[in-house]
Design a protein around this ligand. Structure first.
Ligand SMILES: NC(=O)c1ccc[n+]([C@@H]2O[C@H](COP(=O)([O-])OP(=O)(O)OC[C@H]3O[C@@H](n4cnc5c(N)ncnc54)[C@H](O)[C@@H]3O)[C@@H](O)[C@H]2O)c1
Length: 526
């Protein structure tokens, strides 16, 4: 598939050019001749002889960016001085920071925020662990935990290389749901060590977002942590994807006038995303599904099921006719194709063999299972993971609202019912008037997305277990500490000092307004 120039490969080239009549427009033409897109052009110094120009342009990839610079360098009477990669500039020094919410200007303020005042708050929590959410950051904090083993489409690149991605995720949590998330990049890929480490850090958080941990370890890590912790554990690559796919499919089926319970679904991919998508499809009522992996269809006669608990579950839950063949065969007469697998494994002719009004979700990143333009010739609705096509399946549509709802409900768990509720709420953000083949899922910037998802999860969580104060640690509260002056109810209890919405209320949980970062740009191209 041909890639279009993208802002993620945006650079600013500083150059000098003779101050002739058409000098500046020749620069634009040179960039366009090399296939780039000029997004800004600033003449920032002019003399009689020379102009200094900063030209900002988008390229397809690093090699293309180099080709554009080469084209500019080859221009007569042009001197290229400096090339700045705008994406790298944005990352200098990291993308997030911690800030104090309380003033620390005077000794009095210091004495309350830290010692000696803080000791009374600590003792109050020691005596009443259920107060920890009310009196600390736990109520609004999420750990974004990775071992760096399956980062984006980049593979096992380790915890350091994973950090910019996890920082970005934390920034999205804040931007879309007002949640204080923190990247935790672990220097281990041992399942036991990951589980033990996350268990040990859990007291400081109201939820755990597992991220970019490779299959099949991700299944065991999540299952064990869910058993150990009294806060929700959510692997976004699995369940975030599943929620958005389910929401998009709900609306795609509305577009073509079909029902989930009666359509035939062919899937490619039985890994982290595929398994979670399948689980949610079944929970929402799908009945006729056939899943293929790199060895063909998953069926009860396969000899590799014993070694893989996950595949065994898929074989037992799908493909009742026991179809044993390849993906091209599985897709024949299917109403829906969902790919979370590998690039370019289908052609337009495979899509042509599907039923009329076919739905094709080709989500392999960055290159889909089938070229969307080829698929469009035969299918009624297409979705991809790409931002340069309509109907982008993007996890940002799910995880901020999901965690907002879980934290607000002080939920201890996350259930399939909550995921289905989130998917339905996300689907319903698209109104009947707006719904169409090119608009089955709202934009990530739609202002109602996070709040709608959060409300649905909050409601489902309240039904699952009534909200109430829960301690995070499995340890029992400590015995009452001596000294009534430190812990007595007259000092720590009562609504005036620690209770009531005025002290811990909406400002902690309301979405971040998303205004300009007051710290300003880290570096300019000067
Ligand atoms: N929002 C999104 O668009 C989104 C979300 C999650 C994953 N994805 C994409 O989905 C893909 C899979 O992600 P994952 O985390 O589940 O990976 P994974 O490694 O856990 O699983 C990949 C699965 O694809 C199967 N596969 C490989 N080649 C195949 C082929 N030729 N035919 C059929 N199946 C084949 C593998 O057997 C495996 O079951 C990636 O490209 C990822 O970027 C997209």
């Amino acid at each position: 598939m041909a890639m279009a120039p993208s802002i993620s490969y945006s650079m600013t080239v500083r150059l000098e050019v003779g101050s002739r009549g058409r000098a500046v427009s020749e620069i634009t033409r040179a960039v366009e001749h090399a296939g780039g897109v000029v997004t800004a052009l600033d003449v920032n110094a002019a003399g009689h002889e020379r102009l200094r120009v900063d030209v900002t342009c988008a390229a397809r990839d690093t090699a293309h960016a180099e080709a554009i610079v080469a084209e500019l360098t080859a221009m007569p009477d042009v001197a290229v001085h400096k090339v700045s990669d705008r994406t790298f500039l944005l990352h200098l020094g990291g993308k997030i920071e911690m800030r104090s919410k309380v003033p620390l200007r005077t000794r009095d303020e210091l004495s309350m925020a830290y010692t000696p005042g803080v000791a009374r708050v600590s003792m109050a929590i020691a005596n009443h662990p259920e107060d920890v959410r009310r009196l600390t950051i736990k109520r609004n904090s999420v750990a974004v935990v990775t071992d760096g083993s399956a980062v984006l489409g980049l593979g096992n690149i380790g915890p350091y290389a994973a950090l910019p991605v996890m920082e970005g995720k934390a920034a999205l949590f804040k931007r879309f749901a007002g949640i204080d998330a923190w990247p935790i990049c672990l220097d281990t890929q041992d399942t036991d060590e990951i589980v033990r480490t996350v268990q040990a850090i859990a007291p400081g958080f109201g939820g755990i977002n597992l991220e970019d941990i490779s299959a099949p370890r991700c299944f065991e890590v999540e299952r064990r942590l869910r058993g150990l912790l009294d806060i929700p554990v959510f692997h976004d690559d699995q369940h975030g994807t599943a929620i958005v796919v389910m929401a998009a499919l709900t609306n795609a089926l509305r577009v073509v006038g079909k029902e989930l319970g009666s359509v035939r679904i062919a899937m490619a991919g039985a890994g982290a995303a595929g398994t979670a998508v399948l689980r949610l499809l079944i929970a929402a009522g799908a009945k006729d599904v056939c899943v293929c992996d790199d060895k063909g269809s998953v069926h009860r006669g396969r000899t590799d099921l014993e070694a893989n608990e996950n595949l065994r579950w898929i074989a037992d839950s799908t493909n009742s006719p026991c179809y044993a063949g390849d993906l091209a065969g599985a897709i024949v007469d299917a109403d829906v194709f969902i790919g979370v697998s590998a690039p370019g494994i289908l052609r337009g002719r495979d899509v042509a063999a599907m039923k009329s009004d076919a739905i094709v979700f080709a989500l392999a990143n960055p290159e889909p299972e089938v070229d969307p333009d080829e698929a469009r010739e035969h299918a009624a609705v297409i979705a991809t993971g790409r931002s340069d096509y309509p109907n982008q399946i993007n996890n940002v549509l799910a995880f901020p609202g999901v965690f907002r709802g879980l934290l607000d409900a002080q939920s201890r768990t996350i259930t399939d019912g909550m995921l289905v509720a989130a998917a339905r709420a996300l689907a319903d953000v698209v109104t009947a008037d707006e719904l169409g083949p090119n608009y089955i899922i709202p934009s990530v910037f739609h202002p109602d997305v996070a709040s709608a998802v959060a409300a649905a999860v909050r409601e489902a969580a309240s039904g699952a277990h009534p909200a109430g104060p829960q301690p995070s640690s499995s340890r029992s509260p400590r015995p009452h500490a001596p000294g009534p002056d430190l812990t007595g109810p007259d000092l720590t209890g009562g609504p005036d000092l620690t209770g009531g919405p005025d002290l811990t209320g909406p400002d902690l949980t309301s979405p971040d307004p998303g205004g300009p970062d007051p710290s300003g740009p880290y570096e300019t191209v000067n």
